[in-house]
Design a protein around this ligand. Structure first.
Ligand SMILES: Cc1cc2nc3c(=O)[nH]c(=O)nc-3n(C[C@H](O)[C@H](O)[C@H](O)COP(=O)(O)O)c2cc1C
Ligand code: SF4
Length: 442
């Protein structure tokens, strides 16, 4: 399959980031249809579309929207998760910079469906250009009556705010994000069934919807063209519908964001990205740094869809797809990944706070040539003690890549520990590490 552009169709036209340019390409047709009908009709269209959350977990969007009480007694809130902290993922950044009105319109449609009064776009602090582009779009939408009071004469009121984060990966976790937005430390909260879902008690304990940038950006197409039309895309898969953005990076000739129909194969995506650079394909981390790595053989049979990716023991995740060539040292690669998670652990729970540090320290000593017999077993044990036992998903996200690398490439770890050097790069992988990582090693 080739690229299938619904969201990125006009992304490279600078006019599309302006209200006039957006309207000229049919923008706001979805909101007009939504406002002309019942609120429930919007949720029914989203259900018919089969849209699932694009932030990583793939949760059905309509279930969240339908979970907000119809009997409104106080404020309802809408949050857009634009933290995009997962290494390898950079699709939300492009959507914010080049197609900001898709997000503004999508959130307004969601606000109508869920009777939300106020929306917050939580953007990671480093995304300055993205925040500026969205600021301009929001200002233009207010000036033209697409935000604010009595939107387009419909009687609907909706205000939209931007909140810049401070660059913490953990603040992408939805409950930590809400704490951060409320001015508290960016640490996660207890989850359902121990406390009510955010749709019941989220931001300031009020009914709250939280979705990813890409998820909201799909709503205008779905409303304008109908959920069934959207669901025709991806029909070859078990339960993945529509298109998905994949951020392709690593050893490829044309890195960048590619929008594909679910059901496209991983090798077709690699072809779109110009094929491998500098050597043959060795491995791929298909959905962001937290998803399990797969070898070349599994790459050859991987189909990009939620259920289908589990057949190669990996995931769609957030769509950060990193291709690695034959000269990549997997031990060194995984050490760098574990360094990221050890740094980003918020420290609230013991398995993640201690376990991520131990994993990083053991991997670091292997990479330094000081690995010891038993290190592989210890790493496996730590992974199993973190996975499923941590307070939030960051613990799992830290354990999965290490566990998968040990399972898929055991010989590389064994060789490194036995000989004190990489079987692939003769040890220069450490010398090639960026300065800040070399400082950690020193
Ligand atoms: C540690 C951690 C970091 C996360 N970071 C992000 C993020 O940067 N962006 C995002 O949309 N979702 C992120 N998520 C997932 C969110 O918690 C949440 O599931 C998502 O925003 C829901 O939106 P969706 O249903 O549209 O995918 C993260 C989850 C975890 C556990
Ligand atoms: S798993 Fe625990 S320590 Fe790690 S980020 Fe979540 S709450 Fe914090």
């Amino acid at each position: 399959m080739a690229e299938r552009k619904l969201l990125l169709e006009h992304a490279h036209d600078p006019a599309y980031a302006t209200l006039d340019g957006y309207l000229a390409k049919g923008g706001y047709a979805g909101l007009k249809k939504a406002l002309a009908g019942e609120r429930q009709a919007v949720i029914d269209e989203i259900k018919a579309s089969g849209l699932r959350g694009r932030g990583g977990a793939g949760f059905p969007t309509w279930i969240k929207w339908n979970g907000i009480t119809k009997d409104k007694k106080g404020p309802h809130y809408l949050i857009c998760n634009a933290d995009e902290g997962e290494p390898g993922t950079f699709k939300d950044k492009q959507l914010l910079e080049q197609t900001p009105f898709l997000l503004v319109e999508g959130m307004t449609i969601a606000a109508w469906a869920t009777q939300s009064d106020r929306g917050y776009v939580y953007i990671r602090g480093e995304f300055v250009d993205a925040a500026r582009a969205l600021r301009k779009a929001i200002d233009q939408a207010y000036a033209a009556g697409y935000l604010g009071k009595n939107i387009q004469g419909s009687g609907m009121d909706f205000d939209l705010y931007i909140h810049l984060g401070a660059g913490s990966y953990e603040c992408g976790e939805e409950s930590a994000l809400m704490s951060s937005l409320m001015g508290e430390r960016g640490m996660p909260r207890l989850k359902f069934p121990h406390v009510p879902l955010p749709t019941v008690a989220g931001l300031w304990e009020k009914p709250t919807i939280i979705n990813n940038v890409e998820t909201y950006s799909c709503a205008p197409f779905i409303l304008a063209n109908g959920g069934e039309e959207y669901a025709k895309l991806g029909a070859s898969t078990k339960n993945s519908r529509g298109t998905k953005l994949f951020s392709v990076s690593g050893h490829v000739n044309k890195p960048g964001n590619y929008e594909i129909e679910f059901g496209t194969t991983l090798m077709e995506l690699l072809d779109m990205a110009g094929g491998m650079k500098g050597g043959a394909l060795k491995a791929c981390v298909p959905g962001g740094s937290s998803v399990p790595i797969i070898n070349a053989e599994d790459c050859g049979r991987a189909v990009l869809a939620y259920e289908e990716m589990s057949e190669v023991k990996s995931m769609v995740g957030s769509g950060g797809c990193m291709f690695l060539n034959e000269h990549t040292c997997i031990v060194s690669f995984i050490w760098r990944t574990s360094l990221f998670y050890a740094n980003e652990s918020c420290g609230k729970c013991t398995p993640c706070r201690e376990g991520t540090k131990w994993m990083e320290q053991i991997l670091r000593r292997i990479v330094m040539g000081n690995g010891q017999p038993g290190d592989v077993e210890t790493l496996k044990e730590i992974c199993s003690q973190i996975d499923g036992r941590s307070f939030c998903g960051l613990g799992d996200a830290a354990a999965w890549p290490v566990a998968a690398a040990l399972r898929v490439f055991p010989e590389e770890f064994e060789f490194y520990i036995k000989h004190g050097r990489s079987m692939v790069t003769s040890g220069e992988s450490v010398a090639m590490a960026p300065a800040w990582q070399q400082a950690v090693l020193a």
